[in-house]
Design a protein around this ligand. Sequence first.
Ligand code: EPU
Length: 404
Amino acid sequence: MSEITIFGARPLFGNITPSGSKNAALPIIFAALAVSGVSVLYDLPDITDVRVALDIISDFGAKIERDGRRVTLDTRNVAYKKPDKKLTSRIRASSYLIGACLSRFGEFDLSEVGGCNFCNRPLDMHLYAAEKLGTKIEGERLSASRLSGADIKFNKISVGATINALIMASRAKGVTRIFGAAREPHVKNVIRYLRAAGAEICDSADALTVKGSILSGAEVKIIPDMIEAGTFLLLGPLTGGMVSVDIPKDAGLESFFEVLSDSGISISRNENIVSAWGEPFKKIRVSTSPHPGFPTDLQPQTAPLMARYHGGEIIENVWQDRFSYLNSLSAFGIKSDKIVGGRRINPSRIGAAECEAPDLRGGAAAVLSALVAEGKSKIKNTELIMRGYADIWAKLRSLGARIE
Ligand code: EPU
């Protein structure tokens, strides 16, 4: 178990360029398995989850060449084999093997998927989409002699199920319409890759319409990580400093900016550079929802900001139970109460503490708490944080943080 020591209460100043998006990079790596050819991915982040995803596809025979942030995936000579549970159980994104393997090999054996276990994470919508496109499901065994286009009607919004449906539809015979699809910027990044690989995908208000095709290798640039950008932006107001991030207008952070500026925090944009500083003058209210709503993956990181100033409320509409991280934050003195649909975060004196990172975003919230607390804090289990934040310690040090 690795650990870091943070000496907090130092105002942080500076500019950060976020790495490539984890939640775009992971599905694109698996989508490349559905494609026969050589794909080039630019700005692939160097994080643990990405390394595991690359190991999983290389287990099927994909050849991988890494040259810094540019990675070449050659999936011309791949063959099906039962996925290695030791690898698939390490990341949630291994669920994209459902779409990739059914499209490429016509078979898949459901394997244990991993990821942050902040609550129950079902796969029923992924399997519904596979079944709609012609997959036979017998226990853990999935098979499809040829996927065929169909109407898929999701009754709630799922990033993962939308992406799996897109991967399968892109190689299926005929036309698929996906109703109730997720539209997160990372879903759009996957669409750009599949289009470049040969799929015809039309995005209209009510559905994603996909005309399947033979897919060949393609180039794609991974978008900057919106969650990393948001996490770093919080550091300005949180530490009494000012932090800027380089993030385009369509990054999907509008509702995040709105919540911060409604509370009195200053947010400015100059071209692609967004800066945040100043103190909130009232309670911060967060209510998460799929894009274009407030991203659930940024709610744990807002808790220390609420606690430091006038408190706030978090209503979680994507992962109802995503609050176990508050046990770790309570070590820093952050107090919270249960309310209908979420938690109230009370104004609290944040003090130095030792804790274990509970999961990726909860771990980031613990780091933010330690950066506010006066004195020496220790955070253990930092592997979980490195699953999703590339070069996080170096980036924090560049802003003036003291981290050992
Ligand atoms: N859901 C179902 N059935 C399914 C799939 C999802 O009921 O078959 C429900 C979930 O229980 C949840 C909601 O639908 O209530 C949304 O889940 P979604 O499928 O969108 O989540 P995901 O694809 O498993 C991705 C990200 C998560 C992020 C969510 C929501 C990846 C690898 N993970 O998960 O990221 O929270 O979308 O935006 O892309 C993180 O980065 O820390 C993280 C957890």
